[in-house]
Design a protein. Sequence first.
Lengths: 268, 221
Amino acid sequence: MKSSILAAGLVAATCATPAMADKLDDIISAGVLRCAVVLDFPPMGSRDADNNPIGFDVDYCNDLAAALGVTAEVVETTFPERIPSLMSGSVDVVVGSTSDTLERAKTVGMTMPYYAFENAVVVSEKSGITDEAGMQGKTVGATAGTYEAIWLEEKVKEWGAGEFRPYQNQADVFLALSQGQLDATVSTMEVAQANVKTGNFPGISIVAKADMVPDYVALVTLREEYGLLNFMNLFINQQVRTGRYAELYTKWVGEGEPANLTIPGVYR
Amino acid sequence: MFNYNFRWNQALNSLPQMLEGALVTMEIAILSMVIGIIVAILLTVCRISGYRSLSAIATTWVEIARNTPALFQIYMVHFGLGSFGIHLSPYISLLLGIAFNNAGYLAENYRGALKAIPDTQTRSARSLGMSAPQAFVHVVMPQMLRISFLPMTNQMVWAILMTSLGAVVAMNTDLYGVTSALNALTFRTFELFAIAAVIFYVITKVITLSARLLAARMFRY
């Protein structure tokens, strides 16, 4: 009698175990990590001549997959589609330079920062703008849904003059700027430099650093996946500790020091 | 699995902004229909004018408008003309893009409607002493517009739904633009777009129902 109860308990316990499996278990047992990466955002994400995804975020996804012992699968996404793709379960994590705003943290789970951007004021040379204040009252724009777009739209509202235009992707912003449809944009320094260097957008130049808090970006997954968030936090720490962070910076951004990911005077 | 907790109150706070966006959407749809109808009538006249060059222009317009994506048409108005130094605001780009599309489809509707009007009517009008333009304006056109009235409301619905394509030209004051800007701020994707979908549904429903009522009143014998 006693033993049959025990046996039943044992069976119940074994059966109950799979229901406890979280995302971290699911990824490891599936053997695949699906990352949403934005691929029109060089040097963080773009495609090479053979159409393969490359960039800082792509390498970061590959490193994370390697740390988990699984294969990485890069799923291309746009900035506005990052969260729907996560919520609908078509990706496991977003490695998409996602700014860690409090408003967004009400919906998704953010790790500690894995990168930080400085932002640049990029102008159409025809506009004659030379600094951030010069943007006041002009037609400005940025990539819809990004940190700098939210900042710039707020600025335009504050100025009460000029116009803000959110384009769907970074390439369209620089195209509009190059055509003179926009007078200026604010874009992450790395992205601006990479795009000016390509020569695809004649007539644009970087004139100043934008005076805003660095744009700290985090890895994103579902809010309740503490196991995975915990793993990714340690992973980010290890990337910095082992020098891989600096290595990826040199590889994709260039010479120099990558941004400090800690904030003096406060714990995470 | 769908892993999401709906928080409606947060999204519903944005309702006033979204309704303002809905007004802009309706404004663009109505203006684009007005322009579309006028241009479509001109295109129809060009096609039946008998001048080969005019009819070629009209045919080209209709072919491009009907056989390429509306998204492409709107994008070309903004960035295509932009590369020639013609800079149109997102509002105007979207309006002209949809009007271009409307004109193409409506011209094709009118062509179908013309086929339903017997030739004898034009001939009777001419024999009463009307000139060719008079016969078209006073006899043929009213019937053409009546026959194609319901297809036109269909195009109106399309015009409303096409405003959501304005995002590609950085349109941010219409219903879709407002919704997607709110989404970037809060990431409450599913609530916001569900509300937007309901608003779109209500607008199109109101328009189709009022068109039906209007048709019932106007086309009584």
